[in-house]
Design a protein around this ligand. Structure first.
Ligand code: SF4
Ligand code: SF4
Ligand code: FES
Length: 248
């Protein structure tokens, strides 16, 4: 997990924020280990909530706190299990005996390119991310993904130059980096997915005729008087207009 942690007093207010059912005081607790020290934290807390409940302040490695931004990638171990487990700290719930480890930022190869000079072909992947051809199809990336994405499959699709499939399979990627830290071939899957999405958007996505026409109308000043009217409206008038609009 990418975070600076400094211990501080945990306030009741802070404790409230840390548990999933924050309105009621916790009645059941589990023991988790944070930086080697045992802490009793409410059962049902997220890892992020437990760290804060234990009195640490998360200064980095937290964003949305709802499983959307991918900032809180974390690894942990469970008692009697040699495996390193991965998850998002804001959505993974604590378990008895969980051993939490904080990671510094996840370094990742990011190709620098000018999208306008690229072609939507397999050669682009060969040029910018040649390591995808080292993929050994172990599926470790797929198992590590907190979004349950078919990560290995989209890397395979990139090797075939199937940009639409890469785009499709990686669409819900949060760029948390958990796939990359487990990959024996040192592939940075999420950046491969980003490249495919950019190529698709720039070169392969069908143009919307409706949008093209609307842009032409805007450029021809067709809506100028309506804009002016809107700009003069009060907040209340705008709200009314918004809620009473025709829905398609
Ligand atoms: S594909 Fe990789 S970076 Fe994207 S959400 Fe899954 S594990 Fe995270
Ligand atoms: S972890 Fe790496 S080598 Fe294994 S399937 Fe995923 S991309 Fe391929
Ligand atoms: S803080 Fe955004 S995904 Fe966890």
């Amino acid at each position: 997990m990418k975070q600076d942690m400094g211990q501080r007093e945990s306030s009741p207010q802070n404790q409230d924020k840390t548990t999933r059912k924050s309105s009621e005081p916790a009645t059941e607790f589990v023991t988790v280990y944070i930086m080697g020290k045992a802490h009793k934290v409410p059962a049902g807390s997220t890892i992020m909530g437990a760290i804060e409940y234990a009195g640490y302040q998360i200064k980095r490695g937290a964003g949305c706190r709802e499983g959307f931004c991918g900032a809180c990638a974390t690894v942990y171990r469970l008692p009697g299990d040699f495996k390193i487990h991965t998850g998002l700290a804001c959505t993974t719930l604590v378990q008895e005996g969980m051993w939490l480890a904080q990671l510094p930022a996840i370094p990742a190869k990011k190709a620098i390119y000018d999208l306008e000079k690229l072609q939507p072909t397999v050669e682009t992947f060969q040029l910018l991310y040649p390591e995808i051809f080292r993929c050994v199809a172990c599926a470790t990336c797929t198992k590590a993904c907190p979004q349950d994405l078919e990560v290995m499959d989209y890397i395979q699709a990139a090797k075939r130059g199937d940009i639409e499939m890469v785009m499709d399979l990686s669409f819900d990627c949060l760029c948390c980096g958990l796939c990359a830290i487990r990959c024996p071939a040192e592939i940075v899957q999420f950046n491969v997915g980003l490249l495919a999405k950019r190529l698709y958007g720039r070169y392969l996505n069908k143009k919307s005729q409706h949008l093209e026409e609307r842009i032409k109308e805007i450029k021809a000043h067709k809506y100028d008087s309506e804009y002016e009217k809107l700009m003069k409206m009060s907040r209340e008038e705008l709200k009314k207009l918004y809620y009473e609009r025709d829905m398609e």
